[in-house]
Write a protein of this length. Structure first.
Length: 112
């Protein structure tokens, strides 16, 4: 888990089929020393893990990524002290599956 080491959840709200969360990234985390030392960037794999952990926290369910069809990283997320907004829409489908659609913004700029 990355929660409480790489980031903290500042706020989280659950409504019908959606979760809104505001997180703060720990800019001093060890991961940024290697990704990348001169210009730290939050790795895409970490972004996916954060989404998973937000949903797990909000819905109190166990999750495993099975398929990721359409992921578009539009902007780099730098640990500059800005809060990061996660807006996640979800639908429970057959076979105990969950389909997610997420939008991640930093200072009104859509990053993913």
């Amino acid at each position: 888990m990355l929660k409480d080491s790489l980031y903290i959840i500042k706020t989280i709200a659950v409504e019908k089929n959606s979760v809104e969360a505001l997180i703060e990234v720990n800019a001093q985390h060890e991961i940024f020393k290697g990704h990348f030392p001169s210009q730290p960037v939050l790795p895409g794999a970490c972004v996916l893990q954060i989404i998973k952990e937000i949903i797990k926290t909000a819905l109190d369910i166990k999750l495993q990524l099975v398929k990721a069809d359409e992921i578009k990283f539009l902007q780099m997320i730098q640990p500059a002290g800005d809060d990061i907004q996660f807006s996640v829409q979800y639908d429970f489908t057959g076979n105990s599956s969950l389909k997610l659609s997420a939008k991640i913004t930093v200072n009104t700029v859509v990053c993913c």
